[in-house]
Ligand binder design. Structure first.
Ligand code: G6P
Length: 372
């Protein structure tokens, strides 16, 4: 009913709008006044976490993209090797796991069969399993050694939005906590990032306030066949997520690429007026990557692409090459997906509406895939 949708036309719009609160709620009570993390609820003893020599993340769909981003954070802040794998691939491979492996299963519903099978397989090998989940008491957390709940509230729309942002927050919390417990040379950075994270929901709010031009742009692209997405570093999984949203909702051919791979194939797809969304890393912290992406934008534009550039406020280098510029607030590099994903959700939702598609119930898809 309209009341359930809180006055929005679709649950997806409501859930996109709820993201600042979902992010704040997921942080609530987990940062103590001194600025350290308290994750006692994760019932794996710090002594055991210090023994972990490998992290393996398993998930499906959008949750898998959260895992891909988590890898950058975990390896950077903890120096523990981290693999990320689609749950459906992981369970039929012969993954190398033992008692010192920490397996993280990410799932909004907590009922995805492939993810459940993957965690059962991991536990059989003696690994500890930590679930990141949005649904209290669901099967995946019940079968895990520990759980860190995301507090997004119920997500009704099939395409995941607020659950994804809170999965990212939970992944950052786990990464920072592991770093805190184990003590790394990044101690000061970890402290600073915890502070930034505690303010990030305001940045998400600011992004939401500036989405009208993104909606207008989406409407102009309703008759296109293809949209490409490019990103680098944590912007690469953001590109994958942007493409997935467009497939799910707009039924368009959409693909995400690592920007560095452009010259190894994808550039052949560039032709006159193809929309290409580019997620640009911060020019401050990662200036090399930033410069490389700016040349990518120049290259594709020279070949006729219509460039849609998502860049940090104050990044002037991209301006001459952006046919459409979408600004996001400056954040620490690793946190950028929390703001950069939001315009892509809005973009896909508006394109779906413009194409006359059912936003909350896309064809052929289910909210929770409980079969193999
Ligand atoms: C389905 C949904 C996706 C979701 C995926 C994983 O495909 O349509 O939105 O990302 O399952 O679901 P989970 O509940 O495990 O996060």
């Amino acid at each position: 009913s309209a009341a359930e949708k809180g006055g929005y036309d679709y649950f997806m719009l409501k859930e996109i709008a709820e993201q600042p609160k979902a992010v704040a709620d997921t942080l609530l009570g987990r940062i103590d006044p001194s600025g350290s993390l308290t994750l006692d609820e994760v019932r794996i003893a710090p002594s055991e976490l210090r023994e972990v020599d490998k992290v393996v993340i398993v998930a499906c769909g959008t949750a898998f993209h959260a895992g891909l981003i988590a890898k950058y954070a975990i390896e950077h802040w903890t120096r523990i090797p981290c693999e990320v794998e689609l749950a459906s691939e992981f369970r039929y491979r012969d993954p190398i796991l033992d008692g010192r492996s920490l397996v993280i299963a990410i799932s909004q519903s907590g009922e995805t069969m492939d993810t459940l099978m993957a965690l059962r397989h991991a536990r059989e090998q003696g690994s500890k399993v930590l679930a990141i989940c949005n649904t209290n008491g669901s099967t995946i957390p019940r079968e895990s050694d520990a759980v860190l709940y995301t507090h997004a509230g119920p997500e009704v729309a099939v395409a995941s939005t607020k659950a994804f942002l809170t999965q990212l927050v939970a992944c950052y919390l786990v990464a920072l906590y592991l770093g805190q417990v184990r003590g790394t040379k990044w101690g000061d950075e970890i402290q600073a990032v915890i502070k930034d994270l505690s303010r990030i929901s305001e940045d998400v709010e600011r992004v939401l306030e500036t989405m009208e031009p993104v909606r207008a742009l989406a409407r102009t692209l309703a008759s296109k066949n293809t949209v490409l997405f490019l990103g680098r570093h944590v912007g690469y999984p953001v590109a994958l997520e942007g493409a997935l949203k467009l497939k799910e909702l707009a039924y368009m051919h959409a693909e995400g690429f690592a920007a560095g791979e452009l010259k190894h194939g994808p550039i052949a797809l560039i032709e006159e007026d193809v929309p290409v969304v580019v997620v640009v890393p911060s020019p401050r912290a990662r200036s090399v990557l930033h410069d490389k992406i700016v040349s990518n934008i120049q290259e594709i534009r020279a070949r006729g692409a219509r460039t849609i550039v998502i860049a940090e406020e104050g990044d002037e280098a991209v301006v001459p090459y952006a046919d459409h510029l979408i600004r996001v607030p400056a954040t620490p590099t690793l946190l950028q997906p929390l703001v950069a994903t939001v315009p892509l959700q809005v973009f896909a939702c508006e394109l779906a509406t413009a194409r006359g598609n059912e936003v909350d119930q896309p064809r052929n898809l289910a909210k929770s895939v409980t079969v193999e």
